[in-house]
Design a protein. Sequence first.
Length: 397
Amino acid sequence: MNKTRREFTPEFKREAVALLRSSGRPLTQVAGELGIQPSMLRSWRRRQNGEAPRPQPVTAGSGSVASPSAPASSPADQAAEIARLRRELERARLERDILKKANRHLLGNPEMRFRFIAAHADTWPIRTACRVLGVSVSGYYAWRARPESARTVANRQILADIRRLHASHHGRYGSPRLQAALRAEGRLVSRGRVERLMRGAGIRAIAGRRCRPTTTNSRHALPVAPNLLNRQFSVTRPNRVWLADITYLPTGEGWLYLAAVLDLATRKVVGWSMRDHMRAELACAALIMAIQRQRPPPGLLQHSDRGSQYAAEDYRQLLKAAGMRQSMSRRGNCLDNAPMESFFHTLKVELAQQRRWATRDEARRDVFAYIESYYNRQRIHSALGYRTPEQMERAAA
């Protein structure tokens, strides 16, 4: 495959510089996450130096509010009462935190509770944890004195790796992906074992609300292309079939609309665009980015729903100029574009439902970082044999 000079749209450059400014990470690190040269990001930032920096949220100070005057009493009595109340408040806080964290361990056998107490010995006092979980202190220390089996030692090491990987992916990985990530690091462990260790430690993947697929209003007089894809989702070579669709994300300023183009073979988001509207220009901008980045050969099949954005004259002219064939889903049938719907579902569960965006700019920063730094380069996909889109693209080069 001939190497061609990569091009980036103004929107990509603008979001990359915004991510650099808001993340606080070194320029070389951000450039590496986005797969670009540091000099390119440095040049883009230099061109935007005239822009005012985003205002940082002002954090209220932690000053205390003066309380009403207390009844007359000696300073010593007041100090003693304050100390007593602080001790009771601290004890109640500890008990609440232990109960909240223990969760299912309260229903387990004493050994499960002992393991929980040992795992959090540096966080809470042993006696307090034993009292809250209903086990004796002497029983806990007797359990601690027993020699550990080789299996127990191995489980503890595996659990430490599970915690590390789970945290590095912001809680988005469940047992299947965690097992695959462990195997990629050379840890041969079964999925059942990973599930048991996660369940015992109270580790779960984040779960979002069920996302209902959106269907597009296709009541328009614009030309509609036939369904050439016909749910043939098994594609082995990149830049042969692209999927396109639009979704919307809630912010305090209103909806932010996201148009994306997905390579069916690699599941890589090759083009995207974000606007405060969903006119044809939104879909065209995502397609232009995909064409500039991938330089696909003529004959590529580009599939979407029947939305007016994809049937518009400007969009069809872009496809014709690039030598692409257009395909559209049947009326109101979101399953004809199932892999694209799957990507939007993942985006909403792993990102949108975990955030409260006050502005569209905040949402743009997070979506840009999720797609370019995480989804395309770090997140492994079951449909790809638990590889990342970037790994799939490099393997096919």
